[in-house]
Design a protein around this ligand. Sequence first.
Ligand SMILES: *Cc1c(COP(=O)(O)O)cnc(C)c1O
Length: 399
Amino acid sequence: MDKDTSQKANRRPPGIYLDNQATTPTDPRVVEAMLPFFTERFGNPHSSAHAFGWDAEEAVEQARGQLASLIGAEPREVIFTSGATESNNLAIKGAARFHRQRRPHVVTLASEHKCVLESVRALEREGHRVDILPVLPDGLVDLDVLADAVTEETAVVSVMAVNNEIGVIQPLAEIAAICREKGAYFHCDAAQAVGKIALDVVALGIDLMSISGHKFYGPKGIGALYVRRRPRVRLEPLIDGGGQERGLRSGTLATPLCVGFGRAAEIAGAEMAGETARISALKTRLLEGITGRLSGVALNGHAERRVAGNLNLAFEGIDAEALMRALPRLAVSSGSACTSAAVEPSYVLQALGLPDERARGSIRLAVGRFNTEAEIDQAVEELAAAVAKLRAEGSAAAE
Ligand SMILES: *Cc1c(COP(=O)(O)O)cnc(C)c1O
């Protein structure tokens, strides 16, 4: 290989990574667990006639067990997919299409991930009736509005566990109770929650739950859908073929990805309590550092009911896109969707009813497993300096 190319390919991009809700680095322990399955242990896990197949199958089943035990499920209730996007599509479209005769109605929230909202929109084009409910100003579901919307015609209610932009944790058990009363399935997009907060699908009453490997230090390109067996949840598959994964997701499983995903789940289960405390302390250091140096900073989303690593902050008088351009060494996110030239403010922040100006002045900072105190302190300095400079320029321009 060309020497320059390989060196560039192996170099970590410069800067401080505080975008752990977009993706996380794969934990080196996860990579180590995966490696043998690319080379020596390469069998097709669905080959039942020889030891190569059995070996791979055993590894996949161990991973399924690791995932199941993290969420309180049985191993056979875990279906491997390519990620939470596919899991959300399978859960929502699969449930709605299977029950379209008697239950043509689907319910979700305006603050859900795009792949949930677009799945629901696709169902609407197929003739399903859909309700996309507003959320409260703190980002939480309005349980009274939800209870009014769910009926005996509702096939599935999709509400996420933890929001990817503002980090708020929805009241899952209360949502499940509303669904159960009407016989609707409760689907939960838990891509931002699994591995971060304790989740037990049985205790919470969840029927379908989406998981993503790369959001908790596993590899990209793998996820899972929890599908309750008792009482049985019925889905129409999206992909037809050899009938793998209980007929719900045909295709050869990616053994190395399954193994890494399982190892990530095992690590998360073992280390969650300590890690949450550490990340929470770093998050508090970040917030106090910023608010100690700057005025006009507000937190978006419920102040307490939120995941440890997330901060979504509005900076008065600041345009988030300009702020991020001024901080090329700080990897953060504005949640804005850049469609061609127009930068739209985050639809999640708009769903909270925030004024456009506040939404446009907000950024998400997401602390993760590999961040250090020194990084947090440096991020505080750079952010505070950039905001002060932009504000000074803004008031100079206004004079
Ligand atoms: C990242 C994310 C997804 C998509 O997950 P992929 O595995 O990347 O497809 C879905 N929902 C939420 C809330 C997410 O944060």
